[in-house]
Design a protein around this ligand. Sequence first.
Ligand SMILES: [Zn+2]
Length: 307
Amino acid sequence: MKIVRLILILLCVSSFVIGCDKSQDMKKNNLQVEVFKGGFATVNSFIFSNGKSLIVMDVQRKTYEAKKLTAIIKAKKLPLTHILISHGHTDHFTGMAWFREVFPDAKIVVANEDIKRDIKDYAIYMDGFGATAAEPVLEPALKPKTDELPDGFDYENNIHVLSENSLTLDGGGTLELTTDYKPAEAKHISTVYSKDLNALFLSDFGYNGVHHWQGDDITLHLIANWREELARIKSQYADRNPIVYPGHGDPTDMGMFDRMIQYIDDYTHVVSVAKSREEAMAAMIALYPDHKEANFFLKYSIENHVK
Ligand SMILES: [Zn+2]
């Protein structure tokens, strides 16, 4: 009889413990992330969801890609609270004008004033005379608002600077933002870490299986900064061993850092010894035959570094 009672007590205790575990699970936010892989420039957007609300990070280079992305977000039937732009390059911010039309209540946010200025400057530059073969013209919806163009995009009032280095979803789940990087692929950039997902969103510090963008104003000095920061980020996150989400290419693991450093070393060597652009192109394609964007990112990078 006593044994039966003891077993009953043990069962109660164990079910209480399991019950506790369950309630703790319920308290956890169910943060999830979905990658939208853009067809143009192999650029990624990320949709964060906790089952109650949504945040999107980066919104594509082409409005037709942004339209696909907004359709996916709409179908989730949850409020989109924020549109986070990681840095001031057109392949990450062009879609924001379309997003404003579809989600007027969602706030367009950036991590600091520098990134806001980069976005505005890039748009003004492209709207003026910056359109090159490498950078197709600015989409009309992003033309800056002026006295002559009152319906233009209002960069000053439509882009908000976050007051702290984090962004929390309505209903739970926090994205931690880091911006203290040396100028590299972009002058200023924000990366995102999610403890809930143990995931690191590198924006354009990360390229996986895609030729790095080193065109335009990206000097060898900035490429050296990029290499240095990759080594630093790698050591900072080594213990946590997160899933790594690059700005361009598929999600991967921490091995991406060494692969990118190798790519940078190969690239800087190739452009220093090549006697022509054709030779440099051929050498890089031979080393990285499966990398994407050879005719876009690699081509204009080599035009920049092989005169
Ligand atoms: Zn990019």
